[in-house]
Design a protein around this ligand. Structure first.
Ligand SMILES: [Zn+2]
Length: 129
């Protein structure tokens, strides 16, 4: 094959942008065709369920929903990353420390997780039970 026979293909055309999406609540245009704008993003199913879990965790100091999405997210992190501290869980999942600690405690009571104090550090290591 000679150099002259090599054809340089033009870049594939960018697919035409379909009409921008509008927020289902306020009808403003949304970024990346999301169904809600940033002010109404909590209407999406996942953020809405996280919000419900956070609200119920804050409303009732002693009850957490160990069958909810926050508990499932905590278990996913521990399963995939291995043992980690409550602080790391909190940072990875963007949770207030009290909420992360409360969920870990509930999951320990339930027998799903176990914790141990890290010697010489003021942190608690969390792992699967
Ligand atoms: Zn909106």
């Amino acid at each position: 094959m000679s150099i002259a026979s090599i054809r340089i293909l033009p870049p594939a055309p960018t697919p035409a942008r379909k009409g921008a999406s509008k927020c289902g609540v306020c009808n403003r245009a949304t970024a990346r065709r999301k169904p809600f704008c940033k002010d109404h993003i909590l209407r999406l199913p996942y953020p809405a369920s996280v919000r419900r879990d956070l609200d119920s965790a804050q409303a009732d100091q002693h009850r957490v929903n160990t069958g909810g999405v926050l508990a499932a997210d905590i278990l996913t992190v521990v399963r995939h990353q291995g043992p980690c501290t409550v602080g790391r869980l909190r940072r990875l999942l963007h949770l207030p420390h009290t909420v992360a600690a409360k969920y870990v405690r509930a999951l320990v009571l339930e027998g799903t997780l176990r914790t141990r104090r890290v010697r010489g550090e003021h942190s608690t290591m969390v792992s699967m039970a």
